[in-house]
Design a protein around this ligand. Structure first.
Ligand SMILES: *Cc1c(COP(=O)(O)O)cnc(C)c1O
Length: 374
C-alpha cells in the first residue's frame, strides 16, 4: 500500500523547538508564561487587533465569548448551519438555543438575507436573539459587511468564527477582527497548529481581561482562593504556545502554499466539466484556502462525490465530504432553522481535497493521476 495522503496535516516550520526548549530551560511548564504572552502578541500584530487571549481550544474561545455576551438559559443565538459542530456546542453548554441560518451560494457562508428574515421573525415571536455567530468556512470570507450591518441595525453582538480563516481577509482587513469577538483555532489540521489550542480576539481590552480571569478559574483578588463566579480551566499551556510562536514565523508561507494548492487543483481540472470550485466573489474577498473544495455534477463529471471519494480512498488518499449542516445533525435537528436548500446541496455534492502545506510533488502526482483516470 502506498503511503497515506491526508487531508491536512501539521507542518512545523523549524523554530518551534527553540521556543519549547526555552520553556523547559526556564521551567515555565504552566498555563501561563513568556511563550503565552509572546504568542498573544504575535497574533495581535498579525491581525492588527488590540487584544488576544490564548486558550486551550477554539471551542473554549466561543464558550467564553458567549459568557461575556451574557448568553443564558433560554436565550437564542443565531448561527451558521454550514459549519463544524464546535461552533454550536458551546451555545448548548448554556442551555441556550441555536437558531440555524443557511448559506448563500457565493461564499457558502451565512446568507445575510436569511439572517435578517430570522431576526425579524424571532423578534416577532418575542425572543430577540442574544448573539450571532457567523463562520468563514474553509477560509472563505463570509459577506462580512452585509452581516455586520444587519447585526448593527438590530443591535445584536457578533462572534466571528475564524477558526479556519487565519490569514484570510475582507477588504484588506484580517478575518477575526470584525465581530465584537473573533475566535481562532490551532488544532492539528488548521492552517497553523499548537497541536491543540485557540484564541479569543477583540478590541475590547476589558472583555479580554475578563476572559483571562474566567479562563483561570475566576479567582478573585485575595491571598486565599476566593471565588464569586463560575470559572473554567481554558488557558493555553506555555509549552504549546511555544509551538505557536514558531508557527507564527511561517504563517505567510503557509497561506501562500494553501493558495498555491488551490491553484494546482484549478489548473488540473480546468478542462473537466461538472466541477466547480469555491471561488472568491471579487477582490474584496481573500481566502487562505485552508481546504480546497469542489462541487461535482454527476451528469457532467460522471462521478458523484461519494464515488470520487472512494476512488481516492482506494489509492489511500483522504478526501472528505463538506461539513454536514448542523440542522441535519441528530443532536441539533429540533432547533429552529431558516433554510434555502443551499447547505444541504453543498453537503450532497461537495468534497474537500488534500490541502496540506507539506504535500510533496510525488503526492500531488498521485492525486493528479486519480483525476486523470476519470
Ligand atoms: C476547528 C473549528 C472550531 C473549533 O476549534 P477547536 O480548536 O478544535 O476547538 C470551531 N469552528 C470551526 C469552523 C472549526 O473548523
Amino acid at each position: 500500500m502506498k503511503n497515506k495522503i491526508w487531508l491536512s496535516t501539521p507542518h512545523m516550520g523549524g523554530a518551534e523547538l527553540k521556543y519549547v526548549n526555552k520553556a523547559f530551560e526556564e521551567n515555565w511548564i504552566a498555563p501561563l508564561g513568556p511563550n503565552v504572552d509572546g504568542f498573544e502578541e504575535d497574533i495581535q500584530n498579525y491581525l492588527g487587533v488590540n487584544h488576544v487571549a490564548a486558550l486551550s481550544s477554539g471551542t473554549a474561545a466561543i464558550h467564553l465569548a458567549l459568557i461575556l455576551l451574557g448568553v443564558k438559559i433560554g436565550d437564542e443565538v443565531l448561527a451558521s448551519t454550514f459549519t463544524f459542530s464546535a461552533t454550536i456546542n458551546p451555545i448548548l453548554y448554556h442551555g441556550a438555543t441555536p437558531v440555524f441560518i443557511d448559506s448563500e451560494k457565493d461564499t457558502w457562508n451565512m446568507d445575510p438575507e436569511l439572517l435578517e428574515q430570522a431576526i425579524k421573525d424571532r423578534i416577532k415571536k418575542g425572543n430577540k436573539p442574544k448573539a450571532i455567530i457567523f463562520v468563514h468556512l474553509y477560509g472563505m470570507p463570509a459577506k462580512v459587511e452585509e452581516i455586520i450591518s444587519i447585526a448593527d441595525k438590530y443591535e445584536i453582538p457578533v462572534i466571528e468564527d475564524a477558526a479556519e480563516a487565519l490569514g484570510s481577509s475582507y477588504k484588506g482587513k484580517k478575518l477575526g477582527t470584525f465581530g465584537k469577538f473573533g475566535i481562532l483555532s490551532f488544532n492539528g489540521n488548521k492552517i497553523i497548529t499548537t497541536s491543540g489550542g485557540g484564541a479569543l480576539v477583540s478590541n475590547d481590552g476589558d472583555a479580554i481581561s475578563k476572559a483571562r480571569f474566567l479562563a483561570t478559574q475566576a479567582r478573585d483578588d485575595a491571598p486565599h482562593y476566593q471565588h464569586s463566579q463560575i470559572g473554567y480551566n481554558y488557558r493555553m499551556s506555555n509549552i504549546l504556545a511555544g509551538i505557536g510562536r514558531g508557527q507564527m514565523e511561517v504563517i505567510e508561507d503557509r497561506v501562500k502554499q494553501r493558495r498555491e494548492n488551490n491553484k494546482f487543483y484549478r489548473d488540473l481540472l480546468k478542462e473537466k466539466s461538472g466541477v466547480d470550485f469555491l471561488t472568491e466573489p471579487d477582490e474584496n474577498f481573500y481566502s487562505n484556502f485552508w481546504l480546497t473544495t469542489i462541487l461535482l455534477q454527476k451528469e457532467k463529471f460522471s462521478y458523484d462525490r461519494e464515488e470520487l471519494r472512494k476512488l481516492f480512498e482506494k489509492e489511500n488518499i483522504e478526501c472528505r465530504p463538506l461539513w454536514k449542516p448542523m440542522h441535519m445533525q441528530p443532536i441539533f435537528k429540533d432547533h429552529p432553522s431558516y433554510l434555502n436548500g443551499i447547505s444541504e446541496s453543498l453537503f450532497e455534492n461537495g468534497l474537500c481535497l488534500p490541502s496540506g502545506t507539506n504535500l510533496t510533488l510525488d503526492e500531488f502526482e498521485r492525486i493528479a493521476q486519480v483525476f486523470n483516470s476519470i
